[in-house]
Design a protein around this ligand. Structure first.
Ligand code: FAD
Length: 517
């Protein structure tokens, strides 16, 4: 065998760089399903199923092309259970002269495959992933010499480099960013009739995977009844077209809004297909730009969408690869509390958390503000150890791959990286959630109260967080307003808040721990 081309579960594209010079007469492709990828963190049933089903569908397309494929199935009796074990076996059996792969999305996986190549004294040719607009080298170049990194500046650089939403060297519409137009709520009357999400009924391959996961990982979180994610390129393209036609025009305005029981709203739900590489971000943005040019979607919606993909997605990847492996260990605020048990069940009286967690468990999905300003915010305010929060996010969501999940969780949401990724901690009281949703209407807690029986834990913990971290926050000019408000509280109120926060923390501490461990 001349070359063995390694294709991981999140590299499912015939056009991947590793396959650019594939010669079926001399080369073979290696793919492996292994338990380790579902157990190194506790992976939810939805997440494991998405990966396995998409891998099996992709394998079928390779076979249809007549491309030689070595494929380890999870349930095969001789499966070693690890990527390194499976690769080691394949190398022994097929004696390739060289290994080729596209840069993986996970530092841990890179190390383990590298060490197998090394043990066999085989060259491992690692190629750039063309499913991004920038390379990690470009990000490192951008970061060099800067005192502070900010998504906005990298985003602008990429707008200029790609020409996306640019005219004569200037941003289309005269401004780089329409963030201020992206913050509407659904008001009192609610979202009204929402476009239905794209759903893909499980075919025979998916059904087999769902049964396998249900049996093999029965104790893992989540459920599979509603499984309907795109798992093929055709389905991913159809999901993209559906988003452009029905949700993109309102995407911008309602990007931050939440509504009880409404999972999908105007979001794209494309992160999973993008991260598995069933879609290329270039075609996704081309479709959004075409909708703008044809007058189908307004500029603030299209710019808002472009910013998420060309801005945030590229930025977090740069942060991850330029700061691993130490990044994963950071805990600058020294948060040590365990993750409350209800994160694994949704069983809590706090209506917003119950809604966000329940849908995360049943669908493997929550939109950005639910992740940042509900589940993430609560963990931050409670003082949960960031590594526990990270493991939860990495395990639960169908779109979770470490390069994107870790900076979002540890950096943006938990502010555990000392402000490397975000300019300030994203903190707010229960009033923010009240403004952006209808959760508080049906909740037994009152977002306006910080103390007493009916006090909203978000509000209690928000003030307590400001008090606990006042010295650190005072260094940050963007926090001055919030600190000023805190300083207005009289000492008795502060004491009462601190006592109530401590009581809440103790109660949550006793309810910590994952049922499967
Ligand atoms: P839309 O709202 O429709 O956005 C469009 C696309 O923009 C997304 O599909 C995604 O590809 C990209 N995008 C948006 N925001 C971000 C962001 N902050 N970082 C990177 N890309 C972004 N995203 C993941 O893909 N995987 C994760 O594991 C993940 N974990 C997160 C954890 C936390 C704590 C937070 C706060 C955010 C996380 N995100 C993650 C980012 C974001 O929440 C999801 O990309 C988004 O909710 C996916 O839903 P969607 O496809 O409907 O996105």
């Amino acid at each position: 065998l001349r070359r063995l081309v390694l294709v991981l579960g999140d590299q499912l594209d015939h056009g991947a760089s590793a396959l650019s010079d594939f010669d079926p007469a001399q080369d073979a492709i290696w793919m492996a399903e292994v338990d380790e990828e579902s157990t190194h963190i506790v992976s939810s049933k939805q997440r494991t199923s998405v990966f396995l089903s998409a891998m099996r569908h992709f394998a079928a397309t390779l076979q249809a092309c007549g491309w030689p494929l070595l494929y380890s199935r999870l349930e095969a009796p001789n499966n070693t259970g690890t990527l390194s074990g499976e690769l080691d076996q394949a190398i022994r059996q097929h004696q390739p002269q060289k290994l080729v792969m596209t840069a993986p999305g996970d530092w841990r996986v890179l190390q383990s495959l590298r060490s197998v190549a090394h043990a066999h004294s085989l060259e491992l040719d690692i190629r750039d992933d063309t499913h991004f607009f920038s390379t990690v080298r470009e990000f490192a170049e951008h970061a060099r010499g800067r005192k502070q990194l900010r998504q906005e500046y990298f985003y602008r650089e990429l707008r200029k480099k790609t020409g996306i939403l640019m005219k004569d060297g200037q941003p289309v519409g005269g401004q780089w960013n329409f963030d201020a137009d992206n913050r509407a709520s659904f008001g009192k009357s609610g979202p009204g009739l929402l476009p239905p999400p794209s759903r893909f009924e499980p075919d025979a391959i998916t059904q087999e995977v769902l049964a396998l996961v249900q049996q093999r990982f029965s104790h893992h979180p989540g459920s599979l009844q509603s499984f309907a994610w795109p798992v093929t390129r055709e389905q991913a393209l159809s999901a993209l077209a559906d988003f452009i036609a029905h949700r993109l025009p309102s995407f911008g305005l309602y990007q931050d809004a939440m509504w009880e029981g409404e999972v999908w709203l105007y979001h794209s739900h494309l992160s999973c297909a993008l991260n598995l590489k069933l879609l290329n971000p270039r075609e996704v943005l081309a479709a959004a730009l075409q909708a703008y040019e044809q007058g189908h979607a307004p500029l603030p919606a299209v710019e808002g969408f472009v910013r998420q993909i060309l801005g945030w997605r590229e930025y977090v990847r740069g942060i991850y690869w330029t700061h691993m492996p130490h990044y994963a260990e950071r805990n600058d605020l020294q948060a040590q509390a365990p993750l409350p048990h209800f994160y694994w069940t949704g069983d809590t009286e706090m209506a917003c958390l119950r809604d966000a967690i329940s849908q995360s468990l049943t669908q493997g999905y929550a939109h950005h503000i639910q992740r940042l300003m509900v589940t993430g915010l609560y963990a931050l305010l409670l003082g949960v150890k960031p590594q526990e929060v990270h493991q939860w996010y990495l395990g639960i969501y169908v779109d979770a791959v470490e390069w994107v999940e870790l900076p979002n969780t540890l950096g943006m949401s938990q502010f555990a990286d000392g402000g490397l990724m975000a300019s300030k901690p994203y903190i707010a009281s229960g009033k923010y959630i009240d403004r952006m949703s209808n959760h508080c209407k049906g909740c037994r807690f009152n977002p306006a109260q910080a103390t007493g029986e009916a006090a909203c834990p978000f509000t209690t913990l928000y003030w307590d967080y400001l008090m606990r971290h006042a010295d650190m926050l005072a260094q940050n000019p963007r926090m001055l307003m919030q600190l000023k408000n805190m300083n207005r509280l009289i000492p008795e109120t502060r004491q009462a808040i601190a006592a109530q926060a401590q009581q809440h923390r103790t109660a949550m501490h006793w309810g910590a721990g994952h049922p499967a461990t």
